[in-house]
Design a protein around this ligand. Structure first.
Ligand SMILES: [Zn+2]
Length: 419
């Protein structure tokens, strides 16, 4: 323990000086000044983008809007890929990038009323904070850097990506890291997600989601009585699965969130289904729980088939029940290796800014680079927010400049200055 903190102090001393020097540069001061004077612009962007619907798999209009903003702020090689991720580069002198990204999708389905409005220092509206705050910070960083002649060693890759939320299942980030151009060239990846300055997500919470479907022959409740019943089989599976113990540490959770099935009160249903969410800080626990779910389902189908045979009179052989499990979500877990530079830099930045932040585990876009063993983390875009994923979502920009200074120092320290 003592040894570790001595090493840390040593690293901090060097990095601390580096951050102090960086923060003292006149160009960095000018960028700081823009974070204050540009606040009205940031709020304007945030209100404008929150009014463009961006449901999972429906981000096109917002993607186009972001591409326009990237072009306006002097980024180079501005383009969108085939899934709608938008890229722009602030050039450097080496060929390894520092990537900064913010997801553009929201959890709100198409047709959700987007009553985006401003009341005093507060903005209200679905997605105004998650990820309006992250996107505003991303644009703020581009705009501030456009105004100051800071030359970085590493080029900075700005990304507004699709598919972070829910059924998006990190598809935007998956696409980026499956492209050799980016996979081989992103040295550090900073994810901007939501409001705040008080967290550093370096540990990726893994999750797997399933649709479990049981099917049977169906029939009339009276004349086909005895036929195996998918709802009963599913209920047996739920009861069995609910008995499976989950460890407190590593924290592991499971949820049956949706259950469906049947057509009418006097029909033996032809199918029944449920949606299951399993999460854990340990991928082994996720696998274990998935296995337990599959066992509970097999047993339930077998029991219901046997019970159906017992209650059906006569020699008639009943058609069997069948069960299917479809993986509808799979977010890989992972964590930043000890001694990673990106974590040391953000800690040194926080120390310099007098900002208190805690390392956390969550499911974010950083799951993808972290699962690949890359240096990545997720932080907030500053300000404060609440009611996330509800229609009452809000964002308060008071003190947002602290979050922006934090992002700027982190990105510049990772990229290095060329002189
Ligand atoms: Zn988010």
């Amino acid at each position: 323990m003592a040894q570790a903190s001595r090493t840390e102090t040593g690293i901090f001393a060097d990095l601390g000086e580096e951050i102090r020097n960086l923060a003292a540069k006149p160009n960095v001061r000018s960028a700081y000044a823009w974070f204050l004077s540009g606040e009205a612009q940031l709020v304007g962007w945030q209100l404008e983008l929150a009014q463009i619907p961006a449901p999972p798999f429906g981000e096109r209009a917002r993607s186009e809007w972001l591409l326009e903003r990237f072009l306006q702020h002097g980024l180079q090689d501005v383009h969108a890929d085939e899934v709608g991720n938008v890229f722009g580069i602030r050039p450097g002198v080496i060929d390894k990038f520092v990537a900064v990204s913010a997801h553009m999708d929201t959890v709100f389905p198409a047709g959700t009323p987007l009553n985006v409005r401003r009341q005093g220092a507060r903005l209200y509206g679905p997605g105004v904070s998650d990820n309006g705050a992250g996107l505003a910070a991303l644009l703020g960083l581009a705009a501030a850097l456009e105004r100051v002649p800071i030359e970085t060693l590493a080029p900075i890759l700005f990304i507004a990506n699709v598919g972070e939320e829910g059924e998006g299942d990190l598809r935007g980030m998956r696409q980026i890291f499956s492209d050799r151009r980016w996979l081989d060239s992103i040295a550090y990846h900073v994810v901007l997600d939501g409001a705040g300055n008080d967290t550093i997500v370096t540990e990726a919470l893994g999750s797997r989601r399933f649709e479990v479907i049981v099917r049977g022959p169906g029939g009339h409740s009276w004349s086909d009585f005895g036929a195996p019943n998918p709802i009963v089989a599913l209920a047996r599976a739920v009861a069995g699965f609910a008995q499976v113990p989950v460890p407190i540490s590593p924290k592991t959770t499971c949820n049956i969130g949706v259950i469906r099935g049947g057509t009418s009160v006097n029909s033996i249903p032809e199918s029944a289904s449920m949606r299951v969410d399993i999460r854990s800080t340990s991928s082994r626990e996720i696998e274990g729980l998935e296995h337990a779910m599959r066992m509970a389902l097999d047993r339930a189908v077998e029991e219901e088939s046997r019970a159906a045979e017992a209650r059906s009179s006569g020699p008639r052989r009943l058609p069997d029940l069948s069960a299917e499990i479809v993986v509808i979500g799979n977010r890989p877990g992972g964590e930043l290796p000890a001694g990673s530079r990106i974590l040391e830099v953000i800690r040194a930045v926080d120390l310099h800014l007098g900002n208190a932040a805690q390392v956390q585990r969550a499911s974010t876009d950083a799951n993808i680079p972290l699962s690949l063993g890359r240096e990545a983390l997720a932080i907030g875009g500053g300000g404060t927010g609440g009611g996330v994923h509800t229609l009452q979502e809000w964002f308060d920009s008071t003190g947002r400049d602290l979050g922006l200074r934090r992002i700027l120092l982190l990105v510049l320290a990772l990229a290095g200055l060329s002189h």
